[in-house]
Ligand binder design. Structure first.
Ligand SMILES: [Zn+2]
Length: 595
């Protein structure tokens, strides 16, 4: 078992080394484009990420007034550069209630996923069918009708800019506060207040400006003035230097609520907003041409005969599988193949080898970029969501989750062959969830669970299934409050109506859940394991420093926490410096003993 952990850890280290190299090599492979060039003319997403040309170097400002002028100009440059982009935007929100032992805990949750259009105004199209009708309203910043409470997803993504139209000296006062290191990047901190007659909906708060090109890297604050029926959230908005010269909006954390004695909360919630897929292109014909698979064209069969019926069936399934993966990646929902997949494949491999499972084609794994906890399989590919990887406490739990999908493949529960017909790939990105589905019937779900447990018991994870069982247990305690997080959008949900259905047998043999046992980490908060590059959608494992848990309140299973990315400059050789949520208390315990 030791060696197994070492293997995966070694893989992790390899991953990080490889990424560092890529980062160092990237500038050579960049294809500089004029800043005015329309996005459609750039190479397609399948190519190495094409970045806009970095802005020309200017003389270093010498006075604070000049610094202010410079960051105002850079902000306008960013708005212009992003105006042709349509990133994916996801907001996951937990409403809070007070628990005497655990503090503020989730009461219920909401999930929004859409594409932002960053042209003249900030607009978005949602992937999820609008349930409450309120999503379609184009309200800026907050939401109206405080008493008939509705969340406006647009509101959560509003703070990608301080002020889309009027970020200037006519509307704002800028007061220099101090210098500060934010990660590896030295920043100048300014307080920003709207001028008296600047009007409603103006930014009020603080900005951090890096001291090289004077781009804003962080915004923290709210908008003024709240009127009787408009309310603005407080937000903490982070940008990352993912392409030369620009800092790209990536994370926004929002929080409202007061849990001090006597406070009467009308609203108490925490929400994480993530943006990604800035380099995704609208599906043009050109774009599709570059994505044709050439590797499956070569005929490697020994005889020159037609495929046998079984071989034809397998090829048909392969075609469907390739179609689905390619389409999901183009929609911005699936990360490109990468190093993280190798970590997942190692775990699947461990299960296969110890169970003598030989398949006609190797199992592949891919990462769905979204937060809801879900897995599904199509053909021989197992897909697992970023949110799911985030919350799993250790490798055995990951194995348990993957084993269910491996079981579907082994049992021949093939889904998705209808997608071998290419007309079924022709839909808008936003309607992906309406056009794809990989849900098994309950009988196949039960059979897969049974087979998965069998495989786990033969595997190197057999002695560590307590951790997986505890994960199921803590999931069960939180399932009634986390319907949105547990709602699968493509595969089967792991819980139905507040009850965990997936692999629930594992919980029966697990030890009792004990909040006061500080070394019992049954599940992690969201956001601590996987780092996503918002520009090119690549994912990798985060190597966070472990932070000691000092009370039951530090555990925060499945919870939303603030973001605190360690800022680094583009190309800087600091592979471990990734965006890490503020409280990834236990995210480094991949190989920690679990009991
Ligand atoms: Zn299943």
């Amino acid at each position: 078992m030791r060696t197994l952990n070492c293997m995966v850890l070694a893989l992790l280290v390899l991953t990080i080394g490889a990424v560092a190299q890529q980062a160092a090599l990237a500038p050579e492979t960049q294809q500089p484009a004029s800043a005015n060039q329309p996005a459609a003319a750039q190479p397609a997403a399948a190519q190495p990420a094409a970045a806009p040309a970095a802005p020309a170097a200017l003389a270093t400002p010498v006075t604070m007034d000049q610094v202010v002028d410079r960051f105002i100009e850079r902000e306008k440059g960013l708005i212009k550069m992003l105006s042709a982009r349509t990133p994916v935007v996801e907001t996951y929100l937990q409403n809070l209630t007070q628990d005497t032992q655990l503090g503020p805990v989730p009461k219920d949750d909401h999930y929004f996923l859409g594409r932002m259009d960053l042209t003249d105004s900030i607009d978005r199209n949602d992937y999820l069918k609008d349930k409450e009708d309120g999503m379609q309203k184009r309200l800026l910043g907050g939401f109206t009708k405080l008493f008939k409470f509705q969340y406006q997803p647009l509101g959560f993504s509003w703070m990608i800019y301080a002020d889309r139209n009027d970020f200037d000296r006519q509307h704002y006062e800028f007061r220099y506060v101090r210098r500060e290191f934010t990660g590896d990047v030295r920043t100048l901190v300014f307080d920003v207040t709207p001028k008296k007659d600047a009007g409603k909906g103006r930014f009020l708060g603080r900005i951090w400006v890096e001291d090289q090109d004077f781009n804003i890297v962080r915004l923290n604050g709210t908008y003024t003035h709240a009127s009787r029926n408009t309310y603005y959230f407080h937000m903490d908005s982070w940008r990352l230097n993912l392409i030369p010269g620009y800092w790209v909006p990536t994370y926004i954390y929002s929080e409202e609520g007061d849990f001090t004695a006597g406070a009467k909360n009308k609203i108490a919630f925490k929400a994480q907003t993530r943006m990604w897929g800035y380099n995704l292109k609208a599906g043009t014909a050109n774009d599709e041409l570059t994505q044709i698979r050439v590797d499956s064209v070569k005929d490697e069969t020994p005889s020159a005969q037609d495929a046998s019926p079984l071989a034809a069936q397998r090829e048909w399934q392969q075609q469907a599988e390739d179609n689905v993966l390619e389409r999901l990646q183009r929609s911005g929902l699936l990360a490109p193949e990468g190093e993280l997949d190798k970590v997942l494949q190692t775990v699947v491999n461990n299960l296969q080898i110890t169970n003598n499972i030989e398949l006609p084609r190797p199992i592949r794994t891919r990462v769905l970029i979204t937060s809801p906890l879900e897995t599904f399989s199509v053909g021989n590919t197992i897909v697992i969501s970023r949110g799911m990887i985030d919350v799993l406490p250790d490798e055995a739990s990951l194995a348990a989750v993957l084993s269910h999908e491996l079981a579907h493949v082994v049992l021949g529960h093939n889904l998705g062959s209808q997608y071998a017909f290419n007309d079924r790939m022709l839909f808008s990105d936003e309607s992906t969830y309406q056009n794809f589905g990989f849900k098994h019937i309950p009988e196949e779900e039960a059979a897969a669970d049974k087979k998965a447990i069998e495989m786990l018991k033969n595997s190197p994870y057999a002695q560590k299934l307590d951790a997986a069982g505890l994960f199921i247990k803590v999931l069960q305690t939180r399932a009634p409050q986390l319907a949105a997080l547990l709602q699968a959008h493509l595969g089967n949900s792991i819980a139905e109506n507040g009850t965990v259905t997936r692999m629930s047998q594992l919980a029966t043999s697990a030890p009792a859940l004990d909040w006061n046992k500080l070394d019992q980490i049954a599940a992690l908060p969201l956001g601590g394991r996987v780092r996503l590059n918002a520009w090119d959608n690549k994912v990798e494992m985060v190597k966070a420093q472990p932070v000691a848990i000092t009370s039951a309140r530090d555990k925060m299973p499945f919870e939303v926490t603030p973001f605190f990315p360690r800022l680094t400059r583009y190309g800087a050789n600091t592979p471990n410096a990734g965006p890490v949520s503020a409280t990834t208390a236990s995210s480094a315990n991949v190989s920690a003993p679990t009991n």
